[in-house]
Design a protein around this ligand. Sequence first.
Ligand code: BES
Ligand code: MN
Ligand code: MN
Length: 455
Amino acid sequence: MQKYIEIIEQDKNRHLNELIEFLKFPSISSQSEHKPDMENCASWLVNNLNNSGIKNTKIIPTHGHSIVYGEWLEACKDAPTILIYGHYDVQPVDPVELWTSKPFEPEIRNGKIWARGTADDKGQLFCHVKAIESHFKANGKLPVNVKILFEGEEEAMESHLDDFIIQNAKLLSCDTAVISDTEWFTEGLPTICYGLRGITLAEVTVTGPNRDVHSGSFGGGIDNPLNVLCWMVTQLRDRYGRIRVPGFYDNIVELTDEEREAFKLLPYDEKLYCEDLGINSVFGEIGYSTLERVWARPSLDLNGIVGGYTGEGAKTIIPSKASAKISMRLVPNQEPEDIANKIEFYLKLIAPPTVKVEVIAKAGGKPVLTPLNDPAIKAASRALKLAFGKEPVFMREGGSIPVAELFQSVLKANTIFIGFGLPTDNIHSPNENFDLNNFYNGIKAIAYFLDESSK
Ligand code: BES
Ligand code: MN
Ligand code: MN
């Protein structure tokens, strides 16, 4: 057995205890009241990196939340440089009453650790830190050069990291970027993700009369912004989920036959999928399987809509205002900016003159695909086999990790996604959890990956 693996075995309990400390910071990036928690969390992380043997660690302030950086560049000549990315910020916790244990008081139950950020992404990010530590403890060095880039704004969709990467391309230059922030296809099946969707967000606000007015005195006489908004959002998709925004599907890269065949080999059971969600059937564009639609076709979803009175009893009004938030998931080669322009144009086009319609559309991040023949994918496959005793499967992902495309376009490095999450982790939901076996073996997998990357 490799010495670093023995060390990981010995240090198991301490690794868990440190993870618990890390999880106790309520590092919710989108809520300004948590700014001090964000800073405390970043300091803790820098400190932990230092103690793990990483050099030149620092907190890099931005106009938003701080970046945590570190490096170790003393590997032997010809060894590659690996950039490790993760995010220490987490999603908000509401509805907090649905949590079995408190979101920032980690608890161990059923072989899992339960707290906000366990899987997304603190637990996964921490696998890298402890893997590095074990190499240092075993050999006093790493098999490869390493640069660490941990951010605190991923969940808030801010773009300060983008600017930092563009301005510091030299500092961050690397052969490969690696991210552990994705999940396995299913429990027991180590998985390499090779593609994520991009994202564009839109917010529509419809304004009618300058105050809420009586629906009897004015109904039929003036337009209702809430009715208008509902009508407008129904114009965005047809009955089968095909998006009606003009030009939305331009330039899309179609799935290859090889990919479609490979997706079919994955152990996907549509009946179980529906049962788990409590739905009668799946939904979406005709001609594509569910996995194809989620991983390789764009989608458009209403995230929330507000307006008018929904409280107890009756309140007969025409509301003054209504608004909705929309997310669109994008696939290669859709451009988030272009899609933002297209949805804004379309919503303004169909807006009736009887109300005021405002649209704010924001590009969130580009889709990304990693070529399967990248040598780092091969190293990751060997590492997963060594750590989990099974050949990994390959999948794409419907979610987004906006930074990955920047590594490709700015740093000219492919990103490898070696995630350890499971579909049952409840990321972004109440009762987020991370499987402890995946945590412990995830540390081993990354330790092996660093080793295999030097070969
Ligand atoms: N880790 C997720 C991405 C992800 C989602 C991976 C599902 C695997 C499965 C990431 O933290 C995330 O939540 N991304 C956001 C990005 C957005 C806020 C720009 C997303 O996909 O909504
Ligand atoms: Mn994440
Ligand atoms: Mn997330």
